[in-house]
Structure formats: structure tokens, C-alpha cells
Design a protein around this ligand. Structure first.
Ligand code: SF4
Length: 66
């Protein structure tokens, strides 16, 4: 049995994770960032730097259109 993979520490509170979870086309972001290299996530980087994080900012730095 494989050990459980660690996930981003923001996962339980991040509004973008909730959006990504329910859109199948976005699951690549979860694999790549939330459960992969979250230090590369634009949202995580902003949060770590103490900067505001727009709700519509995707992990790759692109903003979702409203
Ligand atoms: S990796 Fe980015 S999008 Fe995923 S939970 Fe962390 S901060 Fe949110």
C-alpha cells in the first residue's frame, strides 16, 4: 500500500480548491498543484507572501473570468 501523499496546507480553506474539485476539467490543477507541487501555485505563493489572493485566481496564475 502506498503512503498517503501530502497535500497543500491551504487545501481545507482555499476557495479555489472547492471550485476545482467540482469541475472535472480542472482536476489537472489538483494533481499538479494541490496534491503535487503547491509551492508553484500562484495562489499559494501570494498567500505565503502575505498578499491578497483573488478568489478567481487559478493555480497557474491565470484569472478565471466572472
Ligand atoms: S495548491 Fe493552490 S489552489 Fe491548491 S489548495 Fe493550495 S493554495 Fe489552493
Amino acid at each position: 500500500m502506498e503512503p498517503e501523499k501530502p497535500s497543500c496546507e491551504r487545501l481545507s480553506v482555499c476557495p479555489m480548491f472547492r471550485i476545482l474539485r467540482f469541475e472535472a476539467s480542472k482536476t489537472i490543477f489538483i494533481k499538479q498543484y494541490c496534491e503535487g507541487d503547491w509551492s508553484a501555485c500562484a495562489r499559494y505563493q501570494r498567500w505565503k507572501a502575505g498578499q491578497p489572493v483573488p478568489e478567481t485566481l487559478l493555480p497557474n496564475g491565470v484569472e478565471l473570468r466572472k
